[in-house]
Design a protein around this ligand. Sequence first.
Ligand SMILES: O=c1ccn([C@@H]2O[C@H](COP(=O)(O)OP(=O)(O)O[C@H]3O[C@H](CO)[C@@H](O)[C@H](O)[C@H]3O)[C@@H](O)[C@H]2O)c(=O)[nH]1
Ligand SMILES: [Mn+2]
Length: 957
Amino acid sequence: MTSGIALRNQQQAAPSSASSCVKSSGQHLRQSSGGVEDLDKDYAMNNDGVLLPMQSMSNMETKERYGFGSAIWPKDDSDAGTGDDGSGLKSNQCMSLSRKIDLSASVLVPYRLLIFFRIVVLGIYLAWRIKNRNEDAVWLWGMSVICEIWFTFSWLLEQLPKLCPVKRAVELAVLRDKFEAPSPHIPLGYSDLPGIDVFVASADPVKEPPLIMANTVLSILAADYPVEKLACYLSDDAGSLLTFEATAEIASFASVWVPFCRKHDIEPRCPESYFNLKKDPYRNKLRPDFVKDRRRVKTEYDEFKVRINALPDSIRRRSDAYDAIEERKAVQRHRELYGDGDELVERPKIQRATWMANGCHWPGSWIHPFPRHAHGDHSAIIQVMLKSEEKRSSSLDLAGIDIRLPMLVYVAREKRPGYEDNKKAGAMNAMLRASAAISAGPFVLNLDCDNYVHNSGAFREGMCHMMDCGGERVCFVQFPQRFHGVDPSDRYANHNFFFDVNMRALDGIQGPVYLGSGCLFRRMALYGFDPPPSQERHGGRFSCCFRRRAPAMVDSDEERQALSEEEQKILSTYPKRFGNSTSLIDNIPIAEFESRPLADHHKVKYGRLPGSLAVPRRPVTTPMVAEAVSMISCSYEDKTQWGQRVGWVYGSTTEDVVTGYRMHNKGWRSVYSAPTGGRDAFRSTAPINLTDRLQQIRRRATGAVEFFFSKNNAMLVTPGMKALQRLAYLNLSVYPFTSVFLTAYCFLPALCLFSGQFIVQTLSVTFLAYILILTVTLCILAMLEIKWSGIQLVEWWRNEQLWVMGGTSVDLAAVFQGILKGVSGIDLSANDTKKPAAAKGNEKEELDELYMVKRTWLMIPPITIMMVNLVAVAVGVSRTIYSSSPEWSKFLGGLFLSFWVMIHLYPFAKGLVGRRGKTPTVVFVWSGLIAITISLLWAATKSPSGDKEIGGSITFP
Ligand SMILES: O=c1ccn([C@@H]2O[C@H](COP(=O)(O)OP(=O)(O)O[C@H]3O[C@H](CO)[C@@H](O)[C@H](O)[C@H]3O)[C@@H](O)[C@H]2O)c(=O)[nH]1
Ligand SMILES: [Mn+2]
């Protein structure tokens, strides 16, 4: 296996035009150890003194080891053996690792009552509206009633799942005590916590600058979790040498950064955010050498940044130099064959390749694309950059500090034309398989490349929920997505509303939905297994998997034969589901066992014995990596259920919601982990300008519409899912349709003002009373929501505004796009969200971007709405002034509705104009003036002929 892959690598390293000479030089170089410098000497002997650039660039490059893997195989690999031990129970521990915090009844009871009250009022109101037609303007009446019915329906979908919100707290001390305190089962220095594999997805080093990714990975490596239980996988979908070398740089800087964080309790452990903290870094730092260490680490970090940022350049220069050598060699061969000198008719052409520092061809994609070395067409690469518990020396004084580093693995899955790569979901599944062969953590945490660990204790927090009593039925723990670099007024509602209100509410039913990042999974749930049967229910479809004895006992063949027939049958279906990797399949029962909570309480039905995981990690060997490489090939998933019933689900713009939905549908529950007052677990860069934010909303909305039209429609669920959860998922898939009605409704006030009519015939007391009650109840509900969730009023308001802004633009687009895809299969998929180019910290540039507007046709509907409303107001004003019998009530009604539309869309106008352009006020004044002129002209042509008589009495309140 090993040699097979190494061989393949060498073959691929040789482009056909220069294959023979590359092969020989490649082999030659691989024997010499020192890389660039050796090569330099080498060729100084052959061609006299030609290779000048090499010396100058070598000091910019990493001199670190690359680790080992399919890009470079090292020679040495030995080590053996894990022990197995430990059984018995800790006697007195049955303490909870997490608890629910009761929300105060003085908020919840009125909240629920008010919801029911409003439902009743809405019912009566709609009945009244339908009964009392506006005979003067039936079309206005009809339009508004249809919209109002839909709004009621969507409000119900949104509101009902919020009936039982929940808050949680975790007991980190209890976790430490249960899993790490030395005891007869847990030897000193060992931890009984299960392993976590962290997956970081990155797609493109241009859109997602390596420095951002580097910060994310560093924050993971420095997280507070047992080193031997933590592994970080970085998926590079571009297969680019840039990301690869950046990973090597990360591995080397980690030897300084991680021990520094441990020594001085640094928080956050993402270097860029740490060094940009506004508060005094020296507060609460007790160790006398902190100042010195900090200064030193800061210098090293700055150098690290320079190295990372110089990588594109140094790779290019290095590749050019190597290409020059190749060319020279080719010329020389040419000379040898065809004689010397001037009559050299045709200089042999050399394909420009991309070279690693040690003089090998990069097996991934090349700067100058070449067949089998291009974006979307390259081989699989796995490189273990840091072996588990690797120790590297550093310049700090680290006496008494744990300097071991967690495992770090670079993964680039194979990509070939003709194979669908399934974007992020595909990358995640590749990592899920590769990790099964290497570190095989029973838990998996996934992060986008820009989501860094902001609270080093977050992994432990997640584990508290997983290891708690009842935790065996938790499929994932979703952490909130918080942002850094949000503009101070949070204009585009990046903050908190969805997370702190909707997700907390779902947590009280069956659990929050999965949102793509910052989520700790149970590997078994990702593999598509059912949850272990709860107390009441009996025997899930794969429940035998959970009754299986501890994995150590099934190891021998006799034991395997002793498995029941039913179990044998299920085992035989595994290759069809998971593919032909034996290590993945063999790992399933182990992963299941390792993810169990401790059996230290009679309520824990599927527990494991304390101490059974307090063993060293099995060492990573070459065959393990080789198997992992074979598992990330394009064809591995053929005729398996990956992307269907196993792993992240394919075929959706928002793979995340669907993936979580499948799990909830099987009866798993999930947990939302955002302890109040605690640090945010993860943070990321927010799309800070209007256009990017809207694109993000559009992507979600498109996914939602697809979700609605797919076979995963929430109306088709199985009994595994609870009723309110079902409603919540239905809401998540139908909410974009609201945009159609919302847009219509936004034009209503203008239509009213133009026509001099209103949605009701008369502004009767009854109508006003209904409106008043409905508005007031909505406001009180919002207040109560703010109360129980802890968000701020302004966040609620921004969210309302964004609802209208998104609803009239991107959601609308998404509905059409989704329907188009559903009906005709044409896919106009939105692109990936752009990351702020100013890698964290550059405030000025960030602000520039905040006001940057990319004009797209999506902007047209809201602009039209605003313009039409402005003109309509002016028309309404002049009509009322010029009229002999002005209809004030209808005018005021229209004016009020118009005002409602305008204040919701105001940030949109502001975002369009930008602070650096003219101020929005100026624009508003101008548009106002234009509107008034138009309407005066209109009125001048209209008024002499007299007013139309309009029937019906108007009662003015
Ligand atoms: O072919 C691809 C495309 C994307 N990604 C990664 O996927 C992540 C998310 O992509 P991004 O373009 O940043 O999308 P966002 O709109 O920011 O993502 C939101 O929406 C996605 C789709 O629902 C979720 O998966 C994300 O977690 C969520 O943050 C990033 O780390 C990418 O590097 C890949 O690895 N391979
Ligand atoms: Mn993102």
